[in-house]
Design a protein around this ligand. Sequence first.
Ligand code: 3H9
Length: 688
Amino acid sequence: MSNSVSVVNENGVAIVTIDNPPVNALSFHVREPLMQALVDLRDDASVAAIVIACAGRTFVAGADITEFGKPVQQPDLRAVVAMLETVAKPTVAAIHGTALGGGLELALGCHFRVADAGANLGLPEVKLGLLPGGGGTVRLPRLVGAAKALKMIVSGSPIGAAEAHEAGLVDAVFEGDLTTHAVNFAREIARKGGPFTPVRDRDEDLGETDLAAFDAEAADLARKARGLEAPLACAQAVRNAVTLPFDEALAAERALFAKLVASDQSRAQRHLFFAEREAAKLPGKDTPKRRIARVGVIGAGTMGGGIAMAFANGGFPVTLLETSMEALQRGLGMIEKNYAVSVSRGSLTEDAKHQRLAQFKGSTDYADLAECDLIIEAVFEDMGVKKEVFGKLDAVAKPGAILATNTSYLDINEIAGSISRPRDVLGLHFFSPANVMKLLEIVRADKTAPDALATVVDLARRIGKVAVVVGVCHGFVGNRMLAARGSESEALLLEGATPSQIDKAFTDFGWPMGPFQMGDLAGLDIGWRNRKARGLTAVIADTLCEQGRFGQKTGRGFYLYEAGARAGVPDPEVEALIREKAAERGIAPRAIGAQEIIERTLYPLVNEGAKILEEKIAARASDIDVVWVNGYGFPIGKGGPMFWAGLEGAARIVERLDHWHQRTGKDVFMPASLLKRMAETGSWDTEA
Ligand code: 3H9
């Protein structure tokens, strides 16, 4: 056979083993020999049943994503599954690890599926801007019903073996040697002589579908999809499965898949899939890592508490330090409350809550941090305060402990230079709420030791974070670009745009909210305080703060909020204030369109990204995309700002930046040299 597919005949049961590390994706070099093996076994009289299993850590985790966008090499997955369904002897998929996407579709082509107790099964294609294109949308409802199939396919979230068994997706769950169990299972079915019906023919198992309820659910999903096409296509395909004959529904699925796989949205989401994995790679992958057994967190406020929870959730014991018993109790109380909310929402069991709380040890004494291998400070954002904390850490931390700051803006080289062990210092910039937000900017300072860096990159993955390594500059990657995005907000208001017009341009683009909605949610006083500290002003936002309008928490900000409401309504007073300030400056209001709003906010964002690449603050353009999608809500269907720049056309961006630069003379519009080069070469490569 081939290296990727082998067959063993075990007393009449053929075991077909797929071996295509790391995740047994269904690449062409797997499909071709697999097809051949199935044809041979179908016609082999010495074989009474067939088991399809996988070598390595997982069952097939899907089609080979790297093949999308290239000409399809036959046999494609659909042909393999169709062939499998013509086999007139029992076929059994033996699932361990994950059966995802095309992997689950292959298993759905078998008469039976048996799973290891720890296995997970799902159709995550929607996360790649796709729908299952190997018959999954048509076969899965025949096993689990339309409602559950809709949920699984539109969410893309896998389910565990026990749930899959209960739902009818798998026929048996085993512990121990799965292949042996699967062979025995297949032999027994073959001995009994049936019944075994291909899933495609199990129409009676579809049951009755409440189409009105289905459509209501689908409409709700469409609302939440925020411009993404894939979730809608998924819902349509599942609906087809219950309203059309099998072959028609299959053909419709195929057509929808072909459209999606060629779409910019799917290209963007596939880009992000690989970008996230690439971001976690450091040069010198064999760099040794330091052992991290206990984590210390200094500061039990919102940020420190969230960081501590992120580590406790990842299974690490945490020492939480505060300056007073009272502050410590308040912080621990907040953590307990957060876990209680998770329990009440059903996302955490009472037992798990107790286990997590048991990970915390509170202290008010720096000496207690001596047992920690990684210590993260989340104290007030002030260089003097940070240096004082690091001075104390220098005195108590064990040799080799990694000392991290959660600063959002401050110069980490200066912090590192203030103590005797700069090699152990780096930045861990979490995003609030730190126990929820996926992004972690890992800031490498000039003297950070490679093994300290490699250790935290690995650790980030273990606590479920998407890590991006960045260099030191004001605001690092995310906040520095955010400042560029926001630099024209006030000017746009003064020139005639309203907050809701600007926010709408953002939400129409696909952002979950616009900058003014975001400001109101976060609290306008935060930006006000930062501006004051840095001697900066923003005439409208400052005036609102002077009037006590801090956003949602005070019921008034850029918008007005009814008691307890999260969505604000436009406030004529704010609009009058904007016109008044504009008049004072002699600015006559004019109509400002959505395109201008995008050009003056998102083009500078891309431009700043290009400067960040030039300065090597980020290693790759795709790292910047990962930061913006995971930390700031950049629409996934556009792939992040640097990927989107390619879609938008870098030449066009340069031209419009030039236009705005000539008109306003502002630096943010001066096109970066790398952006200009990108316009010519189509590549963000700084060496090109
Ligand atoms: C599909 O099936 C379409 C069909 O319906 C229709 C067809 C007609 N292909 O994530 P990891 C690579 S769409 C190619 O770090 P983990 C990955 O890039 C597919 N490569 O491991 C990485 O490479 P590298 C539906 C893939 O243990 C390496 O494998 N399926 C694929 O943390 C290790 O990956 C999915 O969407 C692939 N399908 O997690 C599942 N998958 O080492 C996608 C992975 O060079 N995969 N790679 O950076 C996953 O969710 C995770 O990889 C998995 C393992 C959970 C399996």
